[in-house]
Write a protein that binds this ligand. Structure first.
Ligand code: FBP
Length: 549
């Protein structure tokens, strides 16, 4: 494989680690925990993993002997920068604690565990991937493990390799799965532990014990570079409105962070749209207001940031999507014998409530059909396939055209759609993500050696220099609540949406009117890997604001 000069230089980067992990480590257990909501139900469903204490690892003085262990690891769900460093940190941690320990990588995500597709991760393999983006070391997938037959297969395959513990590197759904597996393994007394690692560019796996998920930092920096480039183009050509949809599935954290980094003219935050109960028309009017104000100043260009999950937060659309989710869970729309997509839409509308049917039929045909696309294995709409940016451009165009005819608008409107998501998911991890991921992996090795199961590796104090970070573990059950999935109530990790009372959102609110009319773009440029810490090692604005920095 031919490597770029940057790849070669990054191979020798040594991730920074907390001081407490650099020598002998001692485990400190905190108080008993409880789930964020629905305590009685969650406790009943997780009798073995409920209520466990939060753990921190501190510098110790007594050298401990750790047994050799065999560990399996999977990467689960969407790619996020830094996954390879979690594996490097896990590998180095296991080997440091006992050089005879072995690490196996199951291929293609959770399905590899069931189908027994694996490879041993030796030093040669791991070294090849240190500090690189991507999940290609073992691949990833979205298969959901939910059937007892699958669990039995996993046990059989782990027993064949003498595996003592599994590490699941994933988002909220994958870590929910990890907890279900941990509970099952304990009930069946298999002796196999399960440890989760918080991954997702979406930034929605965070809570009092997990400050941020890995990958969010790098992905936002990549998107912000691209947004900055587009802003500079918009400000040079002065002829287009760029509508940029940003990944993030439900939560708008990526959009908010990119807005704080780049200061665009309009930033839509789904959580605010929902709280205000805005209709699609009201969202359009809010964009048109800015277009008109800018036109009055002779500026017929701009940049609009749109969170990927927006349509699910417009109340009427949310109800419609929820009805469609329930319908599609039991009903095969592909089996409908219809001549055209329009006819199929009408047949589907008959199965919805009158209100949702009206909304569904009022949408442009192509857009309505995107809402019928297959759900992911966790029952979620695949929002990355819904072209909200194009829908908004079309609607703003129609409205400004009408206003022009009525003499209410004297400017021009020409929209360019963009969607940034895959551009950032496999980027070379920023120093922050490289360090954070390595520490998470190393911490997972300690949780395993300390015999823990049903825990997520956690690293706190992340706005301080890495040597002051606080590694530890948190019981996954403490992050859970009950939610409707595939039409049924299920225990799941509670997603962290944008907090409308939080400091990052407040900062946007304080500045957005100014950013809307005045052109105050910031151009962050590409991620820097070598140079002063003030340029290379800064965490996200979100994390800094949340921690009062
Ligand atoms: P995870 O939650 O699994 O980390 O995935 C995040 C994400 O990148 C979302 O932002 C996006 O909606 C989704 O994955 C797209 O995934 P896919 O390409 O599998 O449809």
């Amino acid at each position: 494989m031919i490597k770029s000069p940057l790849q070669i230089a990054r191979e020798s980067y040594v991730p920074k680690m907390p001081k407490s992990l650099q020598g002998t480590v001692k485990i400190v257990e905190g108080k008993k925990t409880q789930s964020v909501a629905d305590q009685a139900e969650i406790e009943k469903m997780f009798p073995n993993t409920y209520g466990m204490p939060v753990i921190t690892f501190e510098a110790g003085s007594e050298k401990k002997e750790y047994p050799a262990v065999n560990v399996g690891v999977i990467l689960s769900g969407g790619q996020a920068p830094g996954g390879h460093n979690v594996i490097s940190g896990l590998f180095d941690g296991l080997k440091k604690l006992n050089s005879k320990s072995k690490l196996y990588g199951f291929l293609g995500g959770p399905s590899g565990l069931v189908d027994n597709q694996y490879t041993e991760l030796t030093a040669d393999v791991v070294n090849h991937y240190r500090n690189t983006g991507g999940f290609d070391i073992i691949g990833s997938g979205r298969t959901k493990l939910e059937e007892e037959a699958q669990y039995q297969k996993v046990i059989e395959n782990c027993k064949a390799l003498n595996i003592n513990a599994l590490v699941v590197i994933g988002g909220d759904d994958s870590n929910t799965n990890a907890c279900v597996l941990a509970e099952y393994f304990l009930q069946k007394k298999t002796g196999i532990q399960v440890i989760g690692v918080p991954k997702t560019i979406d930034g929605d796996l965070k809570n009092e014990v997990v400050e941020t998920s890995f990958g969010f930092d790098t992905a936002c920096k990549v998107y912000s570079e691209l947004i900055g480039n587009i802003q500079r183009d918009a400000n040079s050509a002065k002829k287009y409105y760029h509508f940029i949809k940003l990944m993030g599935r439900s939560a708008s954290h990526i959009t908010l962070e990119c807005a704080l980094q780049t200061q665009p003219n309009i930033t839509i935050i789904s959580e605010e749209v929902e709280k205000k109960g805005m209709t699609l028309d009201e969202v359009i009017s809010s964009i048109v207001d800015v277009v008109v104000k800018r036109a009055d100043r002779g500026e017929n260009f701009g940049v609009v940031l749109i969170p990927e999950g927006l349509v699910e937060f417009i109340p009427a659309m949310k109800t419609l999507i929820s009805e469609l989710n329930d319908l599609l869970a039991h009903f095969d729309i592909d089996a409908l014998s219809v001549e055209s997509k329009r006819e199929r839409r009408e047949l589907v509308a008959e199965k919805l409530s009158p209100e949702s049917a009206e909304v569904f039929l009022s949408l442009p045909n192509s857009f309505a059909n995107q809402l019928l696309l297959d759900r992911d294995p966790h029952g979620n709409v695949q929002v990355s396939m819904i072209e909200t940016e194009k829908l908004l451009i079309d609607m703003v165009k129609a409205k400004t055209k009408k206003m022009k005819k009525a003499g209410e608008f004297d400017g021009k409107f020409s929209g360019q759609p963009h969607f940034f998501g895959y551009e950032g998911r496999c980027a070379s991890p920023s120093n922050f993500d490289a360090d954070y991921c390595y520490t998470l992996g190393f911490t997972a090795s300690l949780l395993i050696e300390e015999g823990k199961s049903g825990y997520m590796a956690s690293v706190k104090n992340l706005t301080a220099p890495a040597d002051q970070w606080i590694p530890g573990g948190a019981p996954i059950t403490m992050m859970m609540n009950m939610e409707k999935r595939h039409g049924q109530m299920k225990p799941v990790i509670q997603k962290a949406l944008v907090d409308l009372n939080g400091k990052p959102f407040n900062k946007l609110v304080q500045h957005r009117e100014e950013w809307a009319v005045n052109t105050m773009y910031v151009y962050p440029g590409p991620i820097q890997y070598f140079g002063p810490a003030s340029v290379c090692d800064q965490p996200t604005h979100t994390l800094r604001l949340e921690q009062g920095k």
